[in-house]
Design a protein around this ligand. Sequence first.
Ligand SMILES: Cc1ncc(COP(=O)(O)O)c(C=O)c1O
Length: 335
Amino acid sequence: MRVVDRIGTDEILLDWNESPLGPPESAVNRVIAGAAALHRYPRGLLAEVTELAAGYLRVDSRQILLTAGIDEAVDIALSLARRGWGVQPGFDGYPDRVAASGKPYHAIQLGTDWQPSRSVAGLRADGLGAGDMVFLAQPGNPTGNLLDPAWIRELRDTAEYVLIDETYQDFAAPPSILEQGIDSERLLVYRSFSKGMGLAGIRIGCLVAGATVITRLEPMRRFMPIDAVSLNAAAGVLEDPGYVKNLGEYIRHARPELVSMLRATGAFAEVRDTEANFVLARPRPGTAERILGALAAGGIRIKACEVLGLPGWFRISVGSHGDHQQLVKSLTGGS
Ligand SMILES: Cc1ncc(COP(=O)(O)O)c(C=O)c1O
């Protein structure tokens, strides 16, 4: 499937992990139906989507705060903490938002196996404890893997708060942490509508936490922070979550195919499968610029991972079968 970006250029966008299936039809239909009421404030819509999201995630609606993406979720959650922490390589949105808040940020280095190289006892010795919030994407970005559950468990007993960002959960094999229920006032979970729900264009997510935590955080949110178009789109997909299931199945099927195709090109020293909707490829030394140039000439965008703390690696979103064929053509010099 070819997608058309917002400036109207026909490109193959494999850089931002968007859905290759297009938006959910139920979301589009609900947006169109809701357009007749655009002269009104989105009265009642936030509450409706909160209820729908709670039903979908099987939590109480008092445990959910809808936010304008991960950025607003981090901004609001940080009001509980004095410092932010996260792993490196890792999603740059956390340090960016922590910096914007004026609070200190500490990176926890991952080893060559992309697991934490520091024990929780070591982090405690470094001062991790009261007043600290640790941001962990599960699966991670850019690594696409899951961190050792025993390390996370111990971390949760040490840091005052841990925010588990499950933006890529719909593509992972293990169940969501929400299956265990929100068993602590120190746990926060983020779920995005951007990836598994195919609605990156609206930038909405759910912060899930204990009801008393949500009650504390709710006043931090702006008045009616999410517009009617976005709320209608979110309501649409939640009313028909079959899209999420189909997309998850597609990605889990197409992802190993993409890995095999990339390996077969011979263009990379290493290609890694992940638990997310992207794969990782490490070009042979000295070839990265040539590969990026060939892809750019073919109108294909992928993500170079330097900014995410993983220099020397490319992150490539799982696209449509046609996207993958074009990608291989560009990598192998075909036309
Ligand atoms: C780990 C992680 N969290 C959150 C996001 C963004 O989520 P949202 O679009 O809901 O703000 C991304 C996007 O790339 C991401 O990689």
